[in-house]
Design a binder for this molecule. Structure first.
Ligand SMILES: Nc1ncnc2c1ncn2[C@@H]1O[C@H](COP(=O)(O)OP(=O)(O)OP(=O)(O)O)[C@@H](O)[C@H]1O
Length: 711
């Protein structure tokens, strides 16, 4: 009986196929499960047919419907595994198949595909241009080294004609996957040894014989990162009927390496730009940890309740809804977890106040005590210094470092601040109230008194956690191997948290990993968004040094973002309605479209206009009911962790982005001023990087200064 495998190139398009075509795929694939090779070749319905003028003689097409064809790679070496590589309209299928050549990579031993025809056509043109170029991109790497890294003749010739990274990207869709990645790593300045370690060694089978084995079944088995082998009819039905979530099966080797390492000596940190699959890696780590013992409990946290709900659903999918396993994982926010701990200790636990109410109490304290500080200054001092370092009395505060604060405070001033703190806390007590961070501080104390409740803690969206929240997580698990697995992106820090993980007993030294391939957005969206952050340095996740987006890239391509100013708000909103209508007409479902702005108020106008145009809309506040249909409207903050095929970012105007009221004046505190600006810049970056295929950024009046260096 033949075996059947599915290539990632097939899954990439499968979700967007219409229902009857998907049904056709299922039917055709079922035949592969039921027939012998001879029967398959003879079957009239399937019509397994070779492709004329194909660069790869193993290319076949199969009939899916009258107009759609599947493209299949058929073994010609006596092995029995067929690989479904694409499903396309009839003519496109033949054109696509004729140009593609599959081959085994000599270093990784995995199956790769290239557009051999386009490479043959383009390379001579690039070679001619390269003759006059002052420098070639891979001039410093010898042919021998490239070959050791798996580069073959055709790719070597193309690589020798490339002058810069932009040209390499132009070749990206034509080159075989592993070879492309090798070249991209080299282009980013990684040494050949590093590239061998990070790209080749992680894919090459441990038992690879010295001479490559070329039969298709072996090569397919070597390609687990990009190919899924289906072994039985039930498995086939399951993966075709369920909406396919590629991340469940196909992990990038860098994701696999961090998620499935048997064990780590202590806390692990995984960083990476937006959409690099950090959440996916965290979920797979949970799966791995569950498999390591029969009883250990796991805490999986993220930043908001809405994200926790999404994470719980994804975990269910990954664990095939296995109730026993799911019951061992608590998926929640750090705040909710801390509340639970405090409530379990005392039923009369105080209620947390929101930011605005806290600000009012600080204002009252300033007035009553006639202090020379603003309420904003005190709130920040309380958050960053006092709660940040868990300072419990005046003496501790008098001796504390105020690193990161931009104004000096002598002992007299500190005493005044402390009076304000005491007054603020008195107000809280008299109202039976508290703050989320104080609850966290209390929870950490309570946890420290008893046995740690979890065997492992996995943290997603870690960049925004405050030291008080980290203390809760630290206390929730006994320090030791596999205690904490932390993922986050400091470029997406939007709540001005400053931490030094090491000082909180969470040292990730020697256990820090970075993901670089973006699975969400097109390279065009990514490159544009990354330039928003180009003028600034971003502090690393663990609080030591800075982070960068070097090497961060996408393999997807599409349109450049549309960046457009309008004379009035009304014109901007009308243009939005038109854009949404066009997207819907192009076949996007309403929930695949996201619209966001800095303020809820700006979204009101958009909501009214969209509704008036008959477009269903849904405001994202906290939690969106699953399955409700409607274009999603969210503030930039609420966009965190979400993604849409198309995103419109509205109102990116001077005064709004950055929001002038949220920016501490430079004279009041130069460091806080810079931190506030950075936070707002990151917020815009987060909003823009939610887009998968289409991004539009607009404003009315004068554009945001954050856009001034972008044309
Ligand atoms: N190995 C993979 N194969 C296919 N798709 C993937 C893979 N890894 C991640 N994705 C997809 O890429 C998108 C982004 O993944 P994910 O949300 O995990 O990224 P992230 O790094 O946590 O993003 P962000 O920091 O922006 O919130 C998701 O749609 C996810 O399903």
């Amino acid at each position: 009986m033949p075996r059947l495998a599915f290539a990632q190139s097939f899954w990439d398009g499968y979700d967007t196929l219409e229902k009857p075509i998907r049904a056709g795929v299922r039917k055709a694939m079922a035949k592969f499960q039921a027939m012998s090779v001879a029967e398959l070749n003879a079957d009239k319905g399937l019509h397994l047919e070779s492709v004329e003028n194909a660069r790869d003689s193993r290319m076949r097409t199969i009939r899916i419907t009258d107009f759609w064809r599947g493209v299949v790679l058929a073994p010609d070496d006596g092995s029995d595994t067929f690989l479904l590589v694409n499903v396309l309209p009839h003519d496109d299928a033949y054109t696509w198949a004729a140009k593609r050549l599959y081959s085994a990579n000599s270093a990784t031993r995995a199956l790769e595909v290239r557009n051999a025809v386009a490479l043959d056509e383009l390379t001579p043109l690039y070679e001619t241009a390269a003759r006059n170029a002052p420098r070639l991109l891979f001039a410093d790497v010898s042919d021998g080294t490239l070959r050791e890294l798996g580069i073959d003749d055709q790719v070597l010739r193309a690589a020798r004609s490339i002058v810069d990274k932009a040209q390499l990207e132009a070749f990206a869709t034509l080159l075989p996957e592993d070879q492309l990645e090798v070249l991209q790593y080299l282009a980013e300045g990684f040494s050949p040894d590093e590239v061998y370690r990070d790209v080749v060694a992680v894919r090459r089978p441990a038992d690879a014989p010295a001479e490559p084995v070329e039969d298709l079944a072996t090569v397919i088995a070597n390609t687990s990162a990009r190919i899924r082998l289906v072994t039985g009819p039930q498995e086939l039905e399951e993966i075709l009927v369920k909406p396919f979530a590629a991340w469940r099966v196909f992990l990038h080797p860098s994701q696999r390496r961090v998620a499935y390492r048997a064990s780590y000596g202590g806390p692990v940190q995984v960083t990476g730009g937006p959409g690099t699959g950090k959440t996916v890696a965290a979920l797979h780590r949970v799966k791995h940890l569950l498999g390591r013992s029969d009883d250990g409990r796991i805490l999986l946290t993220t930043y908001t309740n809405a994200l926790a709900t999404g994470l719980r659903d994804m975990l269910g999918l990954l664990l095939d809804e296995d109730e026993k396993l799911l019951a061992r994982v608590d998926v929640t926010t750090v705040d909710a977890f801390a509340h639970g701990i405090v409530r379990a200790d005392s039923a009369a636990a105080p209620k947390p106040l929101g930011d605005r109410e806290q600000r009012q109490l600080w204002e009252k304290a300033v007035k009553q005590l006639d202090l020379p500080f603003s309420a904003q200054f005190l709130a920040q001092e309380y958050r960053h210094v006092i709660l940040g370092q868990n300072l419990r009395d005046l003496d501790a505060y008098l001796g504390a470092s105020r690193r990161g604060r931009g104004t000096g405070l002598g002992p007299t001033r500190r005493r005044e601040v402390w009076r304000a703190v005491e007054r603020f806390e008195h107000f809280l007590r008299s109202r039976g109230a508290t703050t989320h961070l104080r609850i966290c501080a209390r929870a950490a104390e309570l946890l420290a008194d008893g046995p740690a409740p979890y065997a492992h803690v996995v943290v997603d969206e870690a960049q925004d956690l405050h030291p008080a929240q980290w203390r809760v997580l630290r206390a929730a698990v006994t320090p030791g191997p596999d205690d904490l697995f932390v993922t986050g992106d400091p470029h997406q820090r939007i709540y001005d948290s400053r931490v030094s993980l090491g000082s909180l007993g969470i040292s990730t030294t020697g256990r820090s990993f970075r993901l670089r391939v973006n699975y969400r957005s097109t390279e065009e969206i990514l490159a544009w968004s990354a330039r928003l952050l180009a003028p600034v340095d971003v502090e690393a996740l663990e609080g030591e040094g800075t982070d960068s987006l070097a090497g961060y890239r996408s393999l997807l391509h599409g349109h450049r973002p549309q960046v457009q100013g309008y004379a009035t708000r009304q014109e901007e909103t009308e243009a939005l309605v038109e854009r949404v209508r066009t997207l819907l007409a192009e076949g996007l479902a309403p929930h695949e479209i996201g619209v966001c702005a800095r303020f809820n108020l700006s979204l009101d106008a958009a909501e009214d206009k969209l509704k008036a145009a008959g477009v269903p809309v849904l405001r994202v506040k906290g939690q969106v009911a699953q399955g409700s249909e409607g274009v999603r409207l969210a503030t930039m903050h609420a966009m965190k962790g979400l993604e849409f095929r198309a995103v419109s970012v509205l109102g990116v105007a001077e005064g709004s982005v950055p929001f002038s009221r949220e920016i501490t004046p430079r004279e009041a505190d130069p460091l806080q001023h810079e931190a506030d600006l950075l936070r707002e810049r990151c917020l815009l970056f987060v909003a823009c990087t939610r887009a998968r295929e289409t991004l539009s950024v607009s404003w009315s009046g004068t554009a945001s200064p954050f856009l001034s260096h972008l044309s």
